[in-house]
Every structure is written in structure tokens, then in C-alpha cells.
Design a protein around this ligand. Structure first.
Ligand SMILES: *Cc1c(COP(=O)(O)O)cnc(C)c1O
Length: 471
């Protein structure tokens, strides 16, 4: 399997190469040259597999140059000491039409662990083969950084430099990152907001000389290795949902997925699974008040927002003004030639008008969308607790809100993207004295001492810090 860039200027590469580099060398996003397909017979052959075994099969369709090592890598990534839930990804029924897919059973209580723990095994493996070192530079608003640090802590040949906005993360997000004491983890708290952190990362990434001299790599949500690992749980959830059905009922089932979305990484994996042949009826995209994706899927017009227009909401991991992974979907939609003709309009005018293509979003790709507000989240958290006895986090509540409103026929699987303990303040606002107590391990974590390196919003000082702390 070879990989190309959406922008068409990157020589074809192998999975182990794109895993380390993250972004394509021409500034585009990495995509498989041809998408593998999965037949109904293969799906049935996969039914007896455990989660790590299934992950080796699905990821192996992309990582053909790592195939022999994958069973060992996925067994370690999804081991019981990392994901204590026996199924790794458990399903929880809410009512006759909604079921939760538990993606947040990992060490940092959010779905980012599922992909990041795989990278935490696969990247050191590839580096060991090539004798390279890697310095992972990233920016986080909370969940990506904590997942990356827990996946790469103590890994030989790897250091993590993670920029986070000083004082702007939830207490649990801060504790998950800042209490780590591993010498290869550098928590750099920037005096600024998330976008300032991201712009600093961009500035250093655009400095080709610095980047090469310091072996800088990225594990942000555009890394195709993460998309490959996220594709697995769509297959898993379909298999577990259909386990008890007769073959005839399986064929009749209309199964949809609802996905709380920000950077379009999670739902892109579902779109990919559907194109590979997984029988998904609809992909229901849910945004919060930052509704740039909902607007695109309803109108066909994509207008990324400026930083000043991005709202701080109570589902903060979806506060995204520019959905990086959407470039991959638009590439799939238009094909390479038309993409090359149309994509530059976005840079030139700030808008890409694909309204003539909009009907295809649902008819061909099965994507529908909706948006949710703070009041919706509170009402949905309350109603779900009362009606099903299940406490959900505010991001998952965006998914449940939109899935309930759109009400697709058959069954909708809502991806649970975080545990309520990670975003406790909003859960307490919704449930009051009925809110659950924080789990004991989270309370213990909140009491540990925290360490950060505090830097101003200044690329030169960041360069100096990284220079002084790399081999
Ligand atoms: C990252 C994240 C999202 C958004 O996922 P995307 O892949 O960026 O669309 C939703 N919920 C939570 C809890 C997250 O951490």
C-alpha cells in the first residue's frame, strides 16, 4: 500500500514513513493511493477476533510494510493495563434507537487514547528499525496532549514537547499532563490561547532547517496513522451490534454512527470504513456552537472561522474554527484533478463554495449533520441520566442531542468521546447534587504536584528551549 498527498506533490511513501512525518511534504494531507475493500465474507471472518486482533487486521490493510509486527504492536497498545475494559471498546444501550460506543476507557479518559496508544507502540518500533530519534512537537487544548504524553512517556528515542495554553484547560486535563515526571515529556505552558500554541508549532514546522536539525515530527489529528487506528472501532462496533442477529436481520439493519466532531478526524475514519465496504447507513456529524462543519454539510460552503470568531464552549475539544481533516473528504469528493483546481480558492478567498456538490454528501457519502448548544448539552446530560441511568460527558451529549433530533431509522451508535470525570464542571452544572463523585484515581491525580515550563508566546524562546533539550 502506498500513500500520496492530496496536493499531488509528494513522492509515494509507505505507512512506516508517513507515520513518522505526519504532514505530507507538499503541505497536503496523506491519503492511501487506493482504498482497500472489505467484503461481507471478511467481515464475518473477523467476528471472533478480539479488539487487538481486529486492529491488526484493519490497520494491516494500510500498514502493509508493518504487517508482520502488527499483532504484537496492537496487543501492547490495547493491553488490559492500558484499557482495563475487557472489550477495550464496550457498547452501552441507551434506548431502542441509541447505543453508546465507549471510546474513552484508556488512560486519559478520551477517545484520543485509542489512536495515540497505537502510535506509542508503532513509532518507537519504526524508529528502532531505522536508528532515528524523534522529537514530537505539538499543541493541545487538552485531550491530544494528554493522550500523546501518556502514549510516549518513557519511550526510548522519543521526546515530547507539548504546548498548552496556560490556565485554559480543565482541572483533570491539566493534572493528566502536568503531573508526569518522565524526563522525555516537556510540558510547555504558553502565555496565550490554543491558537497561539498552534501558531508556534506551525512557525517551527515552517522552519525547514530547524525541523531537520532537531528531528521534529507530529502526531496531531492529521497523522494518517491515527485515522487508520480510528477506523478499527467502526468495524468493531458494527460486529458487536450484529453478533446476536440472524444473517437476514443483519442485512436489514440500518446502522448509523453519530460523531461529536471538531477537526473531522474521528468521523473521517467512519467515512473511510464506509467506503471500504462497512454497511453504515448514515454518519451523523454533530458540532457545538462552533458550527463550521455543520454549515458545510448543510450548504456545501466551507468558510473556516478566524480565531476571534471561535467561541469557548462547554464541549471545548470541539472548539475548532478550521477542520484540518476536511481536506481529505473534499479530495475524496472531487477527485485529484478537480481538487487541484478548486482547493486554492480557499486560500485565496477564505471560502470554498461546493454547493453544487452538496446533494452528494448524503446520497453518496451518507453524511448528515446538526449542531448543539450549551442548553442542549445540559438537557441531554440530565435526560440521559434520568432515562437510562448513564452519565455522559458534554461532547458525547452533543452527539446524543443531534442523533436524537435527526432520528435516523434503525439504530444509531453514538461515539462516546470522553468520560464525564474529564469535564466534571459541566456535568455538575447539568446534574447538580445528582452528579457522580469523581473516581478515586482521578481525585488522587488532582492532588499530585504539577510541573510546567512557562514560556511567552515567542517562537525564538521556544526554539532555544527545544535546542537545549534535544540530543
Ligand atoms: C478531539 C475530540 C473531539 C473531536 O474529534 P475530531 O477528530 O477533532 O473531530 C470530540 N470530543 C472529544 C472529547 C475530543 O477529545
Amino acid at each position: 500500500m502506498t500513500f500520496i498527498s492530496t496536493r499531488g506533490q509528494m513522492p509515494a511513501r509507505q505507512f512506516s514513513e508517513i507515520l513518522i512525518d505526519g504532514l505530507a511534504s507538499d503541505g497536503g494531507l496523506v491519503v492511501p493511493e487506493t482504498l482497500p475493500t472489505v467484503t461481507a465474507d471478511t467481515l464475518e471472518a473477523w467476528r471472533p477476533l478480539t479488539y487487538p486482533e481486529l486492529a491488526a487486521e484493519v490497520i494491516g490493510l494500510f500498514a502493509t510494510d508493518l504487517q508482520r509486527d502488527l499483532p504484537r504492536l496492537t496487543a501492547a497498545a490495547y493491553a488490559p493495563n492500558v484499557f482495563p475494559a475487557p472489550e477495550v471498546v464496550p457498547l452501552t444501550r441507551l434506548n431502542d434507537s441509541l447505543t453508546l460506543v465507549g471510546l474513552s476507557e484508556g488512560p486519559t479518559l478520551a477517545f484520543k487514547d485509542l489512536a495515540m496508544q497505537f502510535l506509542g507502540q508503532a513509532i518507537p518500533h519504526v524508529l528502532a528499525r531505522t536508528g532515528r530519534c524523534l522529537n514530537i512537537l505539538g499543541a493541545t487544548s487538552g485531550d491530544t496532549g494528554s493522550a500523546a504524553e501518556h502514549a510516549f512517556r518513557g519511550k526510548p528515542g522519543i521526546s515530547v514537547f507539548m504546548l498548552s495554553p496556560q490556565g485554559r484547560m480543565s482541572a483533570v486535563q491539566r493534572a493528566q499532563m502536568y503531573t508526569l515526571t518522565d524526563p522525555n515529556i516537556h510540558n510547555i505552558a504558553i502565555d496565550g490561547v490554543f491558537d497561539d500554541c498552534q501558531n508556534l508549532v506551525k512557525a517551527l514546522n515552517n522552519d525547514a532547517e530547524f525541523k531537520a536539525a532537531h528531528d521534529i515530527g507530529a502526531v496531531n489529528s492529521i497523522n494518517f496513522g491515527r485515522i487508520a487506528a480510528q477506523t478499527v472501532y467502526y468495524f468493531w462496533a458494527w460486529l458487536r451490534t450484529t453478533d446476536s442477529l440472524t444473517p437476514a436481520d443483519r442485512a436489514d439493519l440500518q446502522l448509523s454512527f453519530a460523531v461529536p466532531s471538531g477537526n473531522f478526524g474521528n468521523i473521517y475514519a467512519g467515512h473511510q470504513a464506509r467506503r471500504m465496504g462497512l454497511p453504515i447507513h448514515r454518519l451523523v456529524l454533530a458540532t457545538n456552537e462552533n458550527n463550521v462543519l455543520d454549515e458545510f454539510f448543510r450548504t456545501g460552503v466551507y468558510t473556516p472561522r478566524s480565531r476571534a470568531e471561535t467561541l469557548s464552549t462547554s464541549s471545548p475539544s470541539m472548539d475548532i474554527s478550521k477542520a484540518s481533516n476536511l481536506e481529505r473528504f473534499i479530495f475524496d469528493l472531487l477527485g485529484a484533478d478537480e481538487f487541484a483546481r478548486r482547493w486554492p480558492e480557499l486560500e485565496a478567498t477564505g471560502t470554498l463554495d461546493l454547493s453544487d456538490q452538496q446533494p452528494r454528501f448524503e446520497s453518496e457519502f451518507g453524511i448528515v449533520s446538526g449542531t448543539s448548544t450549551h442548553a442542549d448539552r445540559l438537557a441531554t446530560i440530565r435526560h440521559t441520566a434520568e432515562a437510562s441511568g448513564v452519565i455522559i460527558d458534554p461532547h458525547t451529549a452533543d452527539g446524543v442531542t443531534v442523533a436524537t433530533r435527526i432520528n435516523e431509522p434503525g439504530l444509531t451508535l453514538v461515539l462516546e468521546t470522553a468520560k464525564p470525570a474529564k469535564f466534571e464542571a459541566t456535568v455538575v452544572e447539568a446534574l447538580g447534587e445528582n452528579a457522580p463523585e469523581l473516581p478515586a484515581e482521578v481525585r488522587r491525580l488532582l492532588e499530585l504536584p504539577q510541573h510546567t515550563v512557562d514560556l511567552p508566546d515567542d517562537a525564538d524562546q521556544l526554539r532555544t528551549y527545544i535546542d537545549e533539550h534535544t540530543r
